[in-house]
Design a protein around this ligand. Structure first.
Ligand SMILES: *Cc1c(COP(=O)(O)O)cnc(C)c1O
Length: 240
């Protein structure tokens, strides 16, 4: 019997999921780490619900969506029981009230202002929202996130905000031609992560270092990533 387009897509996702999981484990072992200390996030932006559900059925227990609107449009079609959901894209102030309470973590806190808005919205619901602080590790104009030299003091400020709990850092390094270049950005992130963790500030529970995407997750793991965010290597090329 000929495979339908959907069946073909499903088979690819299954194969990709297995391969990526293996590569994550290999990269962890190669760098002397426990494979269980690195989590795979399936990045689901632009992906149709049927494929996301397939990934979930294969064992993907953590998903990341970029846009509030897209997530709200899809979430009722998703089989999300037991699945951890994160928002990973830049969040605008006017969307905060729509998303707080509907995801388990907001990984893209890129200003003190957005952190306090998330805090306010959380207090209104009587909850605490876990967040990651995004670092613009390459200091690129085109990217969101805190300037690496200010992260430490900004995190102190964010730590004072009620209604949120800082769980770690997130970064997207610049596109690099050389593997050694991207590794250096990841290594800088890891140092920053350890420095902040060592300070043991109240309300800051540095446990997650989210870095590494389809093209560089193995390198990120070698440099200390605890969460890799993989989209196209899992679901195929995105069609916008
Ligand atoms: C899209 C996206 C990813 C995944 O990118 P791929 O290269 O497709 O794996 C990871 N993180 C963020 C923040 C993204 O927006």
């Amino acid at each position: 019997m000929e495979k339908s387009l959907i069946d073909a897509g499903m088979a690819d996702i299954e194969e990709n999921y297995k391969r990526i999981s293996e590569k994550i484990a290999c990269a962890a072992l190669k760098s002397g780490r426990n494979p269980e200390d690195v989590r795979l996030m399936a990045v689901t932006k632009t992906v149709e619900s049927v494929y996301i559900n397939h990934a979930i059925s294969l064992g993907a227990g953590l998903i990341g969506e970029n846009r509030v609107q897209e997530y709200l449009g899809k979430k009722d079609e998703l089989r999300l029981e037991g699945v951890e959901k994160h928002l990973i894209g830049h969040l605008q102030t006017n969307k905060v009230g729509k998303i707080v309470g509907l995801v388990d973590m907001i990984d893209s806190v890129d200003s003190v202002k957005i952190a306090s808005e998330i805090g306010k919205a959380s207090l209104k619901l009587g909850i605490t929202t876990d967040v990651l602080v995004e670092v613009n590790i390459g200091n690129e104009e085109s990217k969101f996130g805190f300037d690496p030299v200010r992260v430490s003091e900004s995190i102190e400020q964010i730590g004072e905000i009620r209604g949120i709990r800082v769980k770690g850092l997130m970064a997207i390094p610049p596109v690099c031609e050389q593997e050694s270049e991207v590794c250096e950005f990841f290594a800088n992130m890891y140092r920053m992560f350890l420095d902040i963790k060592a300070k043991k500030s109240d309300n800051i529970d540095m446990n997650i270092l989210s870095m590494g995407m389809s093209s560089d997750y193995e390198q990120a793991i070698c440099e200390g990533s605890t969460m890799v965010r993989v989209g196209s290597a899992l679901f195929g090329k995105r069609v916008y």
